[in-house]
Design a protein around this ligand. Sequence first.
Ligand SMILES: C[S@@+](CC[C@H](N)C(=O)[O-])C[C@H]1O[C@@H](n2cnc3c(N)ncnc32)[C@H](O)[C@@H]1O
Length: 255
Amino acid sequence: MMYGISRVNLQEGKHDLVKSRLSKRLRALGLGSFKEYLAYLEGDPSGQELSAMVDALTTNKTSFFREAQHFDLLKERLLPGLVSSGKPIRIWSAGCSSGEESYTLAMLVREAVGNNPRQDVKILATDISTKVLAKAKQGVYDQACVEDVPSALLGRYFSTIGTGATRTYQAGDSLRSLVRFARLNLMDAWPMRGPFDIIFCRNVMIYFDRPTQQQLVRRYYDILAQDGHLFVGHSESLTGSALPFRYVQPAVYAK
Ligand SMILES: C[S@@+](CC[C@H](N)C(=O)[O-])C[C@H]1O[C@@H](n2cnc3c(N)ncnc32)[C@H](O)[C@@H]1O
């Protein structure tokens, strides 16, 4: 059931782990058995419980400037070329979690284009989990979360709330205006047409089995612009893919 809807693949020898994690959901809902839970899940067309279930079974771990070489490539090579082409720039952060990846992209875009109103840039950031999306939209992070953001960028793009140990940082309008957060289960039909110049889908496919990963990578290939780039997590790779992707550097591929 879980696998069917989200393709999160926790079947092999992980029954006890799944059971213990889902027990929390059963308790929260006051349900007495997994059978009742499945019935509840199937009777919830809103997708809220699916979202809560994926949250219980997977990690939303993320951070600003995670896997920094990816952002170096963007800053030094890809964004300058895209900006100088003068064409619209379309970026997708697929499996964006609580927004750190999306706002990191937004900072680099702002640095590359400035406030030039003629440069048309949009960053789409999607996730299956409504919980992480709510945090992403809020865009408020504590001191520990922003540790890897260079201080000049932090000062330029975030406002501070509070002081001392409870101080938090909120992404400002110049970042927020670039990013649109939306809920999307990657296994469903995609409402957007593309093409995208840059797709980040990092540390998401690790949850999927090989055929599902391959189907997803095929769909990314189709929705990428010619010369568009796909970024995956460093523990993920496209080795063995039959698609004519060009290897650029670890975990980065060009169409
Ligand atoms: C570990 S986080 C990765 C966040 C970010 N991309 C990074 O690398 O830092 C994985 C995210 O994938 C999302 N996810 C898992 N299955 C998904 C699916 N079927 N569709 C969309 N998002 C999914 C989870 O909700 C979670 O927020």
